[in-house]
Design a protein around this ligand. Structure first.
Ligand SMILES: NC(=O)c1ccc[n+]([C@@H]2O[C@H](COP(=O)([O-])OP(=O)(O)OC[C@H]3O[C@@H](n4cnc5c(N)ncnc54)[C@H](OP(=O)(O)O)[C@@H]3O)[C@@H](O)[C@H]2O)c1
Length: 302
């Protein structure tokens, strides 16, 4: 089968498509024929070696957590799925960007029929992270929450999940994203000079930071209580200011994934797809992602 590999840390040029043996599912696992695999900035950071001390790569390394596809084969002891079932899931072994993926059956949920493969394959990391963010800051009706990176992979889902709590949602994003935010009931604010002044016009009671680069400090200066600030990227600031840093690890379960997929199926959650790429254009996919202005999700279609 074809699978993405890299043999050393580096830029997008270290990525290549390898021919490798199709993996076999062990007890408790399933083999999935992947139809879509969302890509995430964290994978680029791992590939570049930025996370070497916390999450080192071993070479040759595969890549990717997210996938959606059909069950091809079941390992011993798996009875909750059958061959051919459409599923959404995540791999904890950096292995989803391939024609076939082995995953633990407990990390799978059924794909609703009316959710496209591309959207389904985008949900695991971005969806569970957005869910974790909204829960971390304990939103309720009457709150006003600001979200940085409001139309990115995580942000676009976080603003919609935040809206569902009854909170007023302020989305910090570039101008090109404002129409989409307004359509989804979010008040857009552009970043850059004047942002702090624009945010001071609101009584902001919670802050979700999906961008980093000073938003945690800004949130504290705006008077947001520290236990109602969550960043998924600025870990040094989380430590310095004593704010939360709950990400995918706080919510990455099949149950949460099923809940999110259900919201998509019922038309209550919109997942913008910025672009899709075949596996052999993986470098182009990450080149686009690493420009840092993605609208929704970028997806590989093996
Ligand atoms: N801790 C975890 O578990 C976890 C999980 C997933 C992701 N993450 C991290 O969270 C971050 C976001 O992930 P993602 O998948 O949402 O990324 P993404 O899809 O690339 O989205 C990033 C968004 O930030 C916006 N942006 C760029 N500059 C900005 C600025 N100065 N102020 C506000 N927004 C700005 C971009 O669009 P515009 O500039 O056009 O507005 C883009 O929509 C990444 O660093 C990722 O590694 C962490």
């Amino acid at each position: 089968m074809k699978a993405i590999r890299f043999d050393k840390y580096g830029g997008i040029d270290v990525l290549y498509v390898a021919d490798v043996p199709t993996p076999e599912p062990a007890a408790g696992e399933a083999l999935i024929r992947a139809k879509a695999a969302g890509i995430n900035p964290g994978e680029a950071k791992i590939r570049e070696g930025f996370f070497h001390s916390a999450w080192p790569a071993t070479f040759p390394s595969g890549e990717g957590s997210d996938f959606a596809g059909t069950v091809a084969k079941l390992g011993p002891g798996v009875s909750q799925f059958a061959a051919g079932d459409p599923v959404i899931g995540f791999s904890d072994k950096r292995a989803s960007q391939a024609e076939y993926v082995v995953a633990e059956a407990q990390n799978l949920t059924r794909k609703p029929a009316n959710v496209s493969w591309e959207v389904a394959g985008s949900l695991p990391i971005a969806g569970t992270t957005a869910y974790a963010c909204v829960h971390a800051v304990a939103l309720k009706a009457g709150d006003t929450v600001a979200v940085s990176g409001a139309a990115g992979g995580v942000g676009s889902l976080a603003v919609q999940l935040a809206k569902r709590t009854g909170a007023k949602v302020i989305g910090i994003a570039s101008l090109s994203k404002h129409d989409w935010l307004v359509t989804h009931g979010v008040e857009p604010v552009v970043y850059g000079n004047g942002l702090a002044g624009a945010l001071r016009k609101y009584q902001i009671s919670a802050f979700i930071d999906t961008h980093g680069g000073g938003y945690v400090k800004l949130a504290t200066e705006l008077g947001v209580p520290r236990d109602r600030i969550n960043t998924i990227i600025d870990f040094p600031a989380a430590k310095e200011y004593g704010v939360k840093s709950e990400g995918s690890q706080a919510a990455k379960t099949a149950a949460v994934l099923a809940e999110i997929a259900g919201l998509v199926a019922s038309g209550d959650l919109d997942v913008p797809i910025a672009a899709t790429f075949p596996l052999d254009q993986v470098r182009d996919a990450y080149k686009l992602l690493e420009q840092g202005h993605t609208f929704g999700k970028i997806v590989l279609v093996p």
